[in-house]
Design a protein around this ligand. Structure first.
Ligand SMILES: [Zn+2]
Length: 254
């Protein structure tokens, strides 16, 4: 049985073929392209197709000439329910959308979910949580893209990167154009970086909406508004982008 979550599907005519192919090839990873809105399955040439996928370079080049719209593949190991860091690196390098399906561990394939700057951004509130696609960083990055017309670089990231000795937010916010502001100087549309309630490294981020409201996306939860008073105690940095415009006309916050 295949199921599709109620998540954004930019290629609706391809979804049934993508999910059936992933189901049929399980426990090997499926892979293919979307061209003209249709799914085109490709041979998985990985040495061990249950642990990864490989499409040879010439096949990519030929597909690009024919109008490649997206690359899609499945994950069949139950611990990988999101894009891997390598998937994210390749999506950024190829500059086309990627989609991923994942397994519930009992042979049922879920998804696909899609990411890439070429796709529409999704509403800010009520996103499901999928690492690398709908997480705290992608919410903040989408916010700046939609509300301020600011696009800063994406980061290929591992799930739980902060448990692996990385410090993505603190190490990179300046390079992305942000500077620190004090809590007394906050303006609606500024961002925060914080720790979680339990934890001491800065591994989370969100947006200050004004008044007593913040917008953020916690692990395993839907993206949502929260009260600043409940969250401010975890904030380690308040930041503003140097090109940030002042607007209270927040799109997508219905
Ligand atoms: Zn993958």
């Amino acid at each position: 049985m295949t199921r599709v979550f109620g998540i954004y599907q930019p290629f609706p005519d391809a979804v049934d073929d993508i999910t059936s192919d992933a189901q049929e090839r399980y426990p090997e990873e499926s892979c293919g392209f979307v061209v003209d809105g249709k799914y085109v399955p490709k041979k998985n040439k990985a040495d061990n197709p249950t642990k990864g996928f490989v499409i040879d370079g010439r096949t990519y080049v030929a597909a690009k000439k024919k109008g490649l719209q997206a690359v899609v593949h499945s994950h069949t190991r139950k611990q990988l329910k999101h894009p891997s860091e390598a998937d994210m690196q390749q999506q950024i390098a190829m500059n086309v959308p990627w989609g991923v399906l994942w397994s519930d561990g009992d042979g049922d394939i879920l998804g696909p979910a899609w990411w890439g700057d070429q796709l529409e951004t999704q509403p800010f509130v009520g996103r499901p949580f999928i690492y690398g696609i709908y997480d705290c960083f992608s919410l903040v990055r989408d916010w700046y893209r939609v509300q301020h017309n600011i696009i800063f670089r994406d980061f290929a990231r591992k799930a739980d990167w902060w448990l692996l000795g990385e410090n993505m937010y603190v190490d990179h916010f300046k390079e992305c154009g942000f500077f620190q502001v004090s809590e007394q100087d906050l303006r609606p549309g500024d961002a925060f970086m914080s720790r979680f309630a339990r934890g001491d490294t800065t591994q989370h981020a969100g947006i200050y909406l004004g008044g007593n409201q913040v917008l953020h996306h916690l692990i395993s939860k839907s993206s949502r508004r929260d009260t600043l008073s409940s969250w401010a105690k975890y904030v380690t940095h308040w930041v503003r982008h140097k090109e940030q415009t002042k607007t209270n006309n927040w799109i997508g916050l219905t």
